[in-house]
Design a protein around this ligand. Structure first.
Ligand SMILES: [Zn+2]
Length: 293
């Protein structure tokens, strides 16, 4: 039996949010009980201790509000410490990362309509092969849409394209941010209740091959914001696991992260975690946990 870090995003009922694949709170709770039969669910801060039983860390990405409302509530009740990574962009510059603009817009228009809009407006050649990173999406058009929006098109192109659709469905950026993300008070409350808070980034960007700039703008901005609310982050989870430059990210960023007090980082590479103290640790998506452990 192997050590494992489970990757969670949204924990909520899907309601009308069909742009995301959430885990329902009931399934989340059942999953904790299931994992507990074979693993000790431990705080991320205890992973480098000696263990007699395989361990499991629960990791949450993106700092969305549902994680406070549902997951935190369940974790508190069960006395489990989990690891949550948050972004500073929504709080300090009213910035909604593109990935969440995509999730919210995809919740309100169909994949067919979105694909038609994208296909009419942009060059979509090569998308069939390149969108394989989203192979977990059963709907092919959803897969293409997410690939085009998250990777293929420039940030400016996507921003303008989605903003138009977003504006017709949501009141304002400020309202959306208030409802969609954890705020500083909630993050502090979670931290005070024993949850570990880590860095996900500032604007949720993939690694850009420029370690100094990426560290300063994406990582340190988030770290400083957390410090300003009294939390010193010690763990890092890069957005998209670093993106397509994840190999370079590991080579170029590791020493910078270590010299800035980061203990370790979690990827989106699927796999277990050995006992040999790797800095970068694989994860298993929560939707695959029952087949694998
Ligand atoms: Zn993320």
């Amino acid at each position: 039996m192997n050590n494992v870090a489970v990757m969670y995003h949204y924990v909520r009922e899907p309601d009308h949010w069909n742009g995301i694949v959430p885990l329902s709170p009931k399934h989340f709770e059942d999953q904790i009980d299931y994992i507990s039969r074979t693993h000790n669910i431990i705080s991320v801060n205890d992973i480098r201790r000696k263990h007699t039983k395989p361990w499991c860390v629960l990791t949450f990405d993106d700092g969305t509000k549902d994680q406070y409302t549902f997951a935190f509530d369940i974790l508190k009740r069960k006395g489990i410490s989990a690891y949550f990574t948050v972004m500073s962009g929504p709080a300090i510059s009213q910035d909604i990362p593109l990935v969440h603009l995509v999730h919210s817009v995809l919740s309100f228009i169909s994949d067919e309509e979105m694909w038609e809009r994208i296909n009419n407006k942009f060059d979509t050649r090569g998308v069939e092969g390149e969108s394989q990173i989203y192979s977990y999406e059963k709907n092919i058009l959803r897969r293409y849409n997410k690939y085009m929006l998250n990777f293929k098109l420039s940030e400016t192109e996507v921003g303008m394209f989605l903003q138009d659709i977003f504006n017709t469905h949501f009141l304002s950026k400020e309202e959306f941010i208030k409802d969609f993300y954890l705020n500083a008070a909630e993050i502090k409350e979670m931290h005070n209740a024993g949850m570990e808070i880590g860095i996900h980034g500032n604007r949720h960007l993939p690694y850009n091959l420029d370690p100094q700039t990426f560290y300063r703008e994406e990582i340190d901005t988030c770290k400083k914001w957390l410090c300003s609310i009294g939390i010193e982050p010690r763990w890092y989870t890069p957005p998209f696991g670093g993106g397509k430059n994840f190999h370079e990210m590991r080579n170029q960023l590791t020493s910078i992260l270590i010299s800035n007090g980061i203990n370790g980082a979690f990827t989106t590479q699927k796999g277990f975690i050995s006992d040999n103290q790797d800095f970068w640790m694989n994860r298993i998506d929560c939707n695959q946990i029952k087949q694998l452990i």
